[in-house]
Design a binder for this molecule. Structure first.
Ligand SMILES: [Zn+2]
Length: 452
């Protein structure tokens, strides 16, 4: 698979290592340039759109990933511009407002899913694709009811109400392939789940979904609608997926494309690299790179399909930055990103391996990283309130990587696109322009009024 991909469109990107940056228009305002209204789409409408969302991924991640891999990421050749991410009530968005903007073309308040700030329900690009006869799919490594997928599939005023999102998924029946974590939210309380009364797994089965709970189950499916819930909560970080029976993001993406592409009317698929954001919140540089790598493998799968199909638009953009991840730290120009290549566990995983008095801290850190701790570093971890964070802080310091927050930041994020019409996407845009652009590419309308 890997070798075959590199013989195609991607080889030029990788070998050239070029940025291909288009440059931003000087007149672009900080509120976003409504590119979708200016676009013409002269070509035939596309059948399929695949929307790739690496959650929390900004240009800092992109550049650090380039040094981590010692080559250009496969998407760099398709860079189109930059995206503003503010929500309607905050300069710094959360994932619910960001995904609502990216799904509906309307800004909303942080915490709100698929609704405007006044509580009016908005049509999402996935629902519009479904209304126009297309098959639809959502693939994530968080719970399938987490903010990003829920903004494409439901209308919920409080993002923490994942049980309500799950009920809306089953009641509306508008998604054909739904893969990720979050089994908990589909099961009744009597079975330890988060539904007061309903058993949504049983309901999904009687509605015609094939419900699968592990990698083998997914890979055995040949056709039809699928609800794949591979973990009770979020799926595992890519570092530790081998200790589970979960499929990879690439395998889920491949299965979704295989099943959805049988629809002659076309499809819409959203794929989220959910774990990148989780790593960012933990300021865990190695985890962020490990899951960016898992996401890149899914992008390779998508690009290979799009290249062959020739009627598929691929759009990729993070929903916001997480953590203010940057190359360079603490007044120094010295970096060693290659150190991260030999980190094989998340900070939380290493914390779990510490004994009660943390006397084995040197051994644990040596087991999962190339770092031999100094006396003062070992003492910092032994005395820390949150040892996982202290471990990842030391990994970042040793790599010359900086963080400014354990939450999201308000910096712009890069947008990439490939396929018919992708050349129309350029410059500084707003996150609300993305679903408008996708709707135009399909030749369909998304009836929500914009409110930047
Ligand atoms: Zn986040």
């Amino acid at each position: 698979m890997f070798r075959r991909i590199f013989s195609g469109i991607l080889s030029a990107a990788v070998l050239a290592g070029g940025l291909g940056f288009n440059g931003l228009p000087a007149e672009a305002s900080n509120k976003g340039n409504p590119v979708a209204e200016e676009l013409s789409m002269p070509q035939e409408p596309v059948d399929n759109v695949i929307f790739m969302i690496p959650d929390g991924f900004s240009s800092g991640y992109n550049m650090i990933y380039r040094h981590y891999k010692e080559r250009a990421p496969v998407w760099d050749r398709f860079l189109k511009g930059m995206v503003t991410t503010h929500s309607s009530d905050n300069t710094i968005t959360d994932s619910a407002a960001a995904a609502t903007a990216m799904a509906t073309g309307v800004k909303t308040n942080n915490g709100t899913l698929g609704m405007d700030p006044d509580g009016n329900e908005l049509e999402t690009i996935l629902q519009a694709a479904n209304r126009n006869g297309k098959s639809t799919g959502v693939v994530v490594t968080a719970t399938v009811t987490h903010a990003t997928p829920a903004a494409f599939l439901s209308h919920v005023s409080t993002r923490s109400n994942q049980a309500e999102a799950a009920r809306q998924y089953i009641d509306s029946g508008k998604v054909d392939i739904l893969l990720g974590g979050g089994l908990h939210y589909f099961l009744p309380e009597t079975e330890g789940g988060g539904q007061e009364e309903r058993n949504l797994v049983e309901e999904a089965t009687s509605d015609g979904y094939q419900v699968v709970k592990d990698r083998d189950g997914l890979l055995g499916i040949e056709e039809g609608r699928v609800l794949g819930l591979f973990a009770d909560g979020a799926m595992a970080p890519e570092f530790h997926r081998g200790e589970t029976d979960e499929p990879s993001l690439r395998e889920m993406t491949s299965a979704a494309i295989e099943l959805l592409s049988r629809d002659e009317d076309g499809f819409f698929l959203m794929v989220e690299g959910s774990q990148i954001d989780r790593a960012g919140h933990g300021n865990d540089a190695a985890w962020a790179m490990g899951d960016t790598e898992a996401f890149e493998e899914a992008v390779m799968e998508v690009l290979e399909f799009a290249e062959k199909d020739d009627n598929t638009l691929v759009v990729m953009a993070g929903d916001h930055d997480t953590g203010g991840f940057s190359l360079g730290c603490c007044g120094s120009r010295v970096t060693d990103v290659s150190l991260l290549q030999n980190v094989t566990a998340t900070g939380a995983y290493m914390e779990d391996k510490l004994n009660s008095d943390r006397s084995n801290v040197r051994e644990v850190v040596k087991m999962y990283t190339p770092i031999t701790l100094t006396d003062s570093e070992a003492a910092r971890i032994r005395e820390a309130d949150m040892p996982a964070e202290e471990i990842t802080r030391i990994v970042s310091e040793r790599s010359g990587i900086g963080w400014t927050s354990t939450n999201h930041t308000g910096v712009m994020v890069p947008v990439f696109a490939y396929g018919p019409g992708s050349e129309q996407l350029k410059g500084l845009i707003d996150n609300t322009d993305l679903p408008e652009f996708i709707a135009k590419a399909y030749g369909i309308t998304l009836g929500n009024e914009k409110n930047k």
